[in-house]
Design a protein around this ligand. Structure first.
Ligand code: NDP
Ligand code: HSE
Length: 446
C-alpha cells in the first residue's frame, strides 16, 4: 500500500493555485476517498518572487521544472501553465519518467491529444484533461466513458465564458439603450462591442489580449477535443471554420431581439454520412432554445447520442474553483488507480478517420444586414442576387439610418439554403453599386 501519492505542479497561477489550495484544505477527505493522502511535493513557477494565493511548505516552490520532473516521489504531474510549448515538452518528459499527467491545456490537447494519449497508454500511464473543456462542467469523462455506447452525431456548445459575457452585455446594454432613447435620454452604454469588451476586462473575465477568446480560437480548441472524443475520429482545430465576435454591432442585437432570437458564439460539430462539419461562429439562436438562456460567463454543451438522446451540461466554464474541481477529479481518479495498482484506463480509441466536409456541405437559414442607397429598385436588385443563386427570402425589414444621408439598412432572413449558394449570393450583393456595406452575415440555428 502506498503511503502517499506525490503530486507535482507545473504552474501555480489561477488554476494551479486553486488546485494547491483545495489539496491542502481537503487533504483528509481526499485521503479517505483515495486510500492515501495526496501531497504536493514540488510546484514550479517562472517567478519565485510573485505573491501566491496559497502557502506551500518550505522547499516546495521552485523555478526549476526539472525538480518536478526528476522527483522520484512524484507520481502525477499537473501541467497548468498553458500554451503548446514548453508545456508539451514537459508533459512528454513526465511520461518518459513514468509519471501520470493531468492537464487543463486545451490548445495542447486539441492539437496533440491523440499522440499524447498514445504515448501515455504505451507506457501503462494516463493523461487526463477534464479541465481543458468547460472548467468545472464534467464533459471529458462523459465523452470518454459515460456516452461510449452511443453514436454521437451532434455537439452544440457555448464554450467560452469571455465571449458569452460580452454577447450577454451587448444584448442587455443595447436593450436598455433603446428603452432610454424612447424616453428621449441618450444612453452612456450603447451596447457596442468595445464597451462590452472593456467591461469584461475590468471584471477580469477577458485577458488584456483577448484574441484567443474573441476570435473563436479558444472555442475551436474545446470543440476539437469534444468532437474528437465524441465522433471517435481525429478533429483538428484546422478542420474547424472559425469566426469571432468582433464584427457584431449593436444593431444586430436589436434585430435579433425584434425577431425573437439571441446572438451566441456557438461551437457546432455535426457528424454526417461520409464525414463531419465543425464550426465556431456567432449565430442567431431562437430565444426558446435551452442554449439561448445560457448567459454571462456560463458555458453549456448539448450532445446528441443515438441511445442517450439529447444530454445537456451547464455550469461555470472558468475560474480557480470550477477548474480546480475538474483537475482534482482527474487527480483523485489517477491516485485511486495507483493505490489499487490498476493504472491504465483506455476509454477512448479512434474508429478510423472521417474527413472534414467543410462549410460548402452545410445547409442553414441566414440573416444578412446590408447598408444600401435609399433609391428605387434596390430591394429588387438584392432579391434578384439571392434568387439567382437559389436562395429564397423568408422576410425583409428596411429601416432608415441616421448614419449616412439617403442610406437605409436592409435586413433579410432567408429560408434554408446551401452555404455555398448563400456565399455566392453575398458576393453578388457586395458587388452591387447600390450596396454601401454588407454589415453582417450570420447563420440562423434551430
Ligand atoms: P496563469 O497565467 O494564471 O498561470 C500560469 C502559471 O504557470 C503561473 O504560475 C506561471 O508562473 C506558470 N508558468 C508559465 N510558464 C511557465 C514556465 N515556462 N515554467 C514554469 N512555470 C510557468 O494561467 P491559468 O492558471 O489561468 O491557466 C493555466 C491553464 O489552465 C491554461 O492551459 C488554461 O488554458 C487552463 N484553463 C484556465 C482556466 C481559467 O479559468 N483560468 C479555465 C480552464 C482552463 P508565474 O506565476 O511565476 O508567472
Ligand atoms: N478564456 C476561457 C473562457 C477560459 O473565457 O472561457 C476557460 O478556458
Amino acid at each position: 500500500m502506498k503511503a502517499e501519492i506525490g503530486v507535482g505542479l507545473i504552474g501555480l497561477g489561477v488554476v494551479g493555485g486553486g488546485v494547491a489550495r483545495a489539496l491542502i484544505e481537503r487533504r483528509e477527505y481526499f485521503a479517505r476517498q483515495v486510500g492515501a493522502p495526496l501531497v504536493v511535493r514540488k510546484a514550479a513557477v517562472r517567478d519565485l518572487s510573485k505573491p501566491r494565493a496559497v502557502e506551500l511548505e518550505p522547499g516546495v516552490l521552485t523555478a526549476n521544472v526539472e525538480e518536478v520532473l526528476n522527483d522520484p516521489g512524484i507520481d502525477i504531474v499537473v501541467e497548468v501553465i498553458g500554451g503548446e510549448e514548453p508545456a508539451g515538452t514537459y508533459i512528454r518528459a513526465a511520461l518518459e519518467r513514468g509519471k501520470h499527467v493531468v492537464t487543463a491545456n486545451k490548445e495542447l490537447i486539441a492539437k496533440n491529444g491523440p499522440e499524447l494519449l498514445a504515448a501515455a497508454h504505451g507506457r501503462g500511464l494516463d493523461i487526463m484533461f477534464e479541465a481543458s473543456v468547460g472548467g468545472g462542467i464534467p464533459l471529458i469523462a462523459p465523452l470518454r466513458r459515460d456516452l461510449l455506447a452511443n453514436r454521437i452525431t451532434s455537439i452544440r456548445a457555448i464554450i467560452n465564458g469571455t465571449t458569452n459575457y460580452i454577447l450577454t452585455s451587448m444584448a442587455r446594454d443595447g436593450a436598455v439603450a433603446q428603452a432610454l432613447r424612447k424616453q428621449g435620454i441618450e444612453p452612456v452604454a450603447r451596447g457596442g462591442y468595445a464597451d462590452a469588451l472593456a467591461s469584461a476586462q475590468e471584471l477580469g473575465y477577458a485577458e488584456s489580449d483577448p484574441t484567443n477568446d474573441v476570435e473563436g480560437f479558444d472555442s475551436a480548441y474545446k470543440l476539437a477535443i469534444m468532437a474528437t472524443l465524441g465522433f471517435r475520429t481525429r478533429v483538428r482545430p484546422s478542420d474547424i471554420a472559425i469566426e469571432g465576435i468582433t464584427r457584431l454591432s449593436a444593431s444586430d442585437f436589436a434585430y435579433a431581439e425584434e425577431l425573437g432570437y439571441v446572438i451566441k458564439l456557438l461551437a457546432v460539430a455535426e457528424r454526417r454520412d461520409g464525414g463531419f462539419i465543425a464550426r465556431v461562429a456567432p449565430v442567431f439562436l431562437p430565444q426558446t432554445e435551452p442554449l439561448a438562456k445560457v448567459d454571462g460567463v456560463n458555458n453549456a454543451v448539448q450532445i446528441y447520442g443515438d441511445l442517450s438522446g439529447t444530454v445537456f451540461f451547464q455550469g461555470r466554464g472558468a475560474g480557480a474553483d470550477p477548474t480546480s474541481s475538474a483537475v482534482i477529479a482527474d487527480l483523485l481518479d489517477l491516485a485511486h488507480g495507483i493505490v489499487l495498482g490498476n493504472h491504465e484506463r483506455k476509454y477512448w480509441g479512434p474508429e478510423g478517420e472521417l474527413p472534414s466536409l467543410g462549410l460548402e456541405a452545410l445547409e442553414s437559414r441566414y440573416y444578412i444586414r446590408v447598408k444600401v442607397s435609399d433609391e428605387p429598385g434596390v430591394l429588387a436588385q438584392i432579391a434578384f442576387a439571392l434568387g439567382d443563386n437559389g436562395v429564397s427570402i423568408a422576410a425583409v425589414n428596411q429601416k432608415e439610418t441616421s448614419e449616412a444621408p439617403n442610406a437605409a439598412e436592409l435586413v433579410v432572413m432567408t429560408h434554408r439554403a446551401r452555404e455555398g449558394a448563400m456565399r455566392a449570393a453575398l458576393e453578388s450583393i457586395a458587388a452591387l453599386p447600390v450596396v454601401l456595406e454588407v454589415g453582417s452575415f450570420l447563420r440562423v440555428e434551430g
